[in-house]
Write a protein that binds this ligand. Structure first.
Ligand SMILES: CSCCC(=O)C(=O)COP(=O)(O)O
Ligand SMILES: [Zn+2]
Length: 217
């Protein structure tokens, strides 16, 4: 479906939902120093052609303004004429949509996701086992283990985006960038938010467990 066929009402709903989530995450201090970016697909998913609303680059994400979001295509290019620049990390969102067909992608920088990404960075993944909140990923097996991929934080975003297909795990809706932050996604904004909150909880638990155990690497 072409972008022009998507109803204005649907586009407006997506922008409103994104703005509400942005405000909520800002209230949790999840966008320090203008960091972070959010996106939500508009219209149906077709790997050949899809569109999403994404935060404009470099904005203070704790503010609500008419210039917070723009619509881009599957290549991350603005669809409408605008002075706004899509997030510098839009290509990572593009790759996650392309590979998963998801409906929303949220990226935040937090102290816990940074600490944990560095602690396990050399291993290439964060192993998490036996914590109840793994069920937020719809994994109900007892004592389940997941591995959250950790990618290097290259300055060149296309170089990060091209590593995404090699590490993406269909059962784990998140990827960490080392010393940077997390990308979490879901079939819609509700699910992406649940996943992001679960990752952040799990990283905090892991951090505190490591401290209790006096862990070193
Ligand atoms: C000041 S944070 C550095 C860039 C970044 O990691 C980020 O998440 C925000 O970039 P954007 O272009 O989306 O504002
Ligand atoms: Zn970032």
């Amino acid at each position: 479906m072409g972008f022009e066929k998507i109803t204005l009402e649907h586009k407006r709903q997506v922008l409103e939902e994104l703005a509400d989530i942005k405000a909520l995450f800002a209230s949790r201090n999840w966008f320090p120093g203008t960091s972070g970016n959010l996106s939500m697909r508009v219209g149906d998913f077709d790997p050949e052609q899809f569109y999403f609303a994404v935060t404009a680059s470099g904005k203070d994400k704790s503010l609500r303004t008419p210039e917070d979001f723009l619509f881009v295509d599957k290549h991350g290019k603005a669809i409408e004429t605008t002075a706004l620049k899509p997030s510098a990390e839009t290509l990572i969102h593009c790759e996650i949509y392309r590979l998963t067909g998801c409906g929303a992608v949220f990226h935040v920088h937090t102290v816990f996701n940074n600490l944990i990404s560095e602690f396990f960075g050399a291993d290439g993944h964060v192993p998490i086992q036996g914590i109840e909140l793994i069920k937020a990923f719809n994994i109900w097996e007892e004592n389940a283990e997941i591995r959250v991929p950790v990618l290097p934080n290259f300055a060149d975003i296309p170089s990060i985006a091209e590593l995404v297909p090699g590490v993406l795990d269909a059962n784990v809706p998140g990827i960490l960038l080392r010393n940077h932050g997390i990308y979490a996604w879901g079939k819609d904004a509700f699910e992406a938010k649940r996943h992001l909150e679960a990752f952040e909880f799990l990283f905090e638990v892991m951090y505190r467990q490591l401290l209790l155990k006096g862990a070193t690497k």
